[in-house]
Design a protein around this ligand. Structure first.
Ligand code: PBG
Length: 334
C-alpha cells in the first residue's frame, strides 16, 4: 500500500527536483563503476587491436592487448571482464574440439589476465557457437540442435576454463540441464569457488547481430536459434528458467538482451532476489553509437541513462561494452 500524500499545495513533488543537491539526496538508484562487467573479444596474433565495423569503438584484441585492456579496466575500478573468442572459419569444426582446448584464444587470455592482473574477476562464455562450423550453440544432428550431447561438451569447456583460472563461468547456450552438470563437474574437480552466472533468460534476439560479426559467426550461422533461445513474447517462461537454473546451482542469473527486456529484469529480481544481471547487447550498444555518431543523440548522456535504467529495473550489474567509457565518466564526477 502506498502512503497517502497530502493534497497540493502541501505536497509539491517538484520540491524534490529543485537543485542538484536535493536531486542527489532523493535519487532512488545509483550507478557505480562496480556495477560493470566488460565484454571483450580475443583473437589470434600479437600486438593486434582490430576495429569491429559493426561495433564502433570495440576491438578484437590479441592476448597481449587483452591483458593491457584488463589492466586498464582494473585501474578504472571495473570488477570483471568477460572473454569472447573470435574464431575464423578455418578454426571452426563440426566436433567443436577447440571449445575445450586449453590453448584456445579464450583460455590463453584467461591465464594471461590472471597472471598479470589477478585483481580483476574473469568471466567466460560457455557455448559452442564460436567453435562450431555452423555457428550454433550446440551440436547439430540432422538439422536438430541436440541437447544432451551438447552438455557433455559444455562441461568439458567449463572445466578447461576453470583450469585456466576463470572466476565466473558464463553459460550462454540455453541447453536444458547444463547448470547442474557444470556445477557437479566443478565440485568434483575441486573448483568449488568457481561461480556460475547463468544466461538463464536469453531471448532469440536480432539485437545480437553485431556480436555475431564480432566473433565471426555471422557467415557461419545456418538458420536461427529459436529452438533453444526464448520467444520474445514470453515473460512467465523467464521465471521458470531462472528458478530452474537457481535450483541447479547458478550463483547469479542474467536477462539478455537488456533494454528491451527491463520488465523481465524487474520480475526476476522481485521474484527471486538473487544476484541479477542484464546484458546490454551488441545491437543496443551499436544503435546508441550510430545515433551519437550522427549527432542525433548525445552519446554520453544516452549511455549513462541507459545504464541507470538497468539499476532502476533491479539489476545488480550490467554487462556492457560501454564499461570503460562509463567508468571514466563516473570517476571524473567524483
Ligand atoms: C552466443 C552468444 C551471443 C551473445 C553472447 N553469447 C549471441 C548469440 O546467442 O547468437 C550476444 C552478445 C551481444 O550481442 O552482445 N553464445
Amino acid at each position: 500500500m502506498r502512503p497517502t500524500q497530502a493534497p497540493f499545495p502541501a505536497t509539491r513533488l517538484r520540491r524534490a527536483r529543485q537543485s542538484p543537491a536535493i536531486r542527489a539526496l532523493t535519487r532512488e538508484n545509483s550507478l557505480s563503476v562496480s556495477d560493470f562487467i566488460w565484454p571483450v573479444f580475443v583473437r589470434a596474433g600479437d600486438g593486434i587491436e582490430e576495429p569491429i565495423p559493426s561495433m564502433p569503438g570495440v576491438f578484437r584484441r590479441s592476448v597481449d592487448k587483452i591483458v593491457e585492456a584488463a589492466r586498464e579496466a582494473a585501474d578504472l575500478g571495473i570488477p570483471a571482464i568477460c572473454i569472447f573468442p573470435y574464431t575464423s572459419i578455418e578454426e571452426r569444426t563440426e566436433d567443436c574440439a577447440g571449445a575445450w582446448d586449453p590453448e584456445n584464444h579464450a583460455n590463453r587470455a584467461i591465464r594471461a589476465i590472471k597472471a598479470a592482473v589477478p585483481q580483476i574477476a574473469v568471466m567466460t562464455d560457455v557455448a559452442l557457437d564460436t567453435y562450431n562450423i555452423n555457428g550454433h550453440d550446440g551440436f547439430v544432428e540432422n538439422g536438430e540442435i541436440v541437447n544432451d550431447r551438447t552438455i557433455e561438451a559444455l562441461v568439458k569447456m567449463t572445466l578447461s576454463q576453470a583450469e585456466a583460472g576463470a572466476d565466473i563461468i558464463g553459460p550462454s547456450d540455453m541447453m536444458d540441464g547444463r547448470i547442474g552438470a557444470m556445477r557437479a563437474a566443478l565440485e568434483t574437480a575441486g573448483h568449488q569457488n568457481v561461480m556460475i552466472l547463468s544466461y538463464a533468460a536469453k531471448y532469440a534476439s536480432a539485437f545480437y547481430g553485431p556480436f555475431r560479426d564480432a566473433v565471426g559467426a555471422s557467415g557461419a550461422l545456418t538458420g536461427d536459434k529459436k529452438t533453444y533461445q526464448m520467444d520474445p513474447g514470453n515473460s512467465d517462461e523467464a521465471l521458470r528458467l531462472i528458478e530452474r537454473d537457481l535450483r541447479e546451482g547458478a550463483d547469479m542469473v542474467m536477462v539478455k538482451p537488456g533494454m528491451p527486456y527491463l520488465d523481465i529484469c524487474r520480475r526476476v529480481k522481485d521474484t527471486f532476489g538473487a544476484p541479477t544481471y542484464a546484458y546490454q547487447v551488441s545491437g543496443e550498444f551499436s544503435m546508441i553509437q550510430a545515433a551519437a555518431e550522427h549527432g542525433w543523440v548525445d552519446g554520453e548522456k544516452v549511455m549513462m541513462e541507459s545504464l541507470m535504467a538497468f539499476k532502476r529495473a533491479g539489476c545488480d550489474g550490467i554487462l556492457t561494452y560501454f564499461a570503460p567509457a562509463a567508468a571514466r565518466l563516473l570517476n571524473a564526477q567524483q
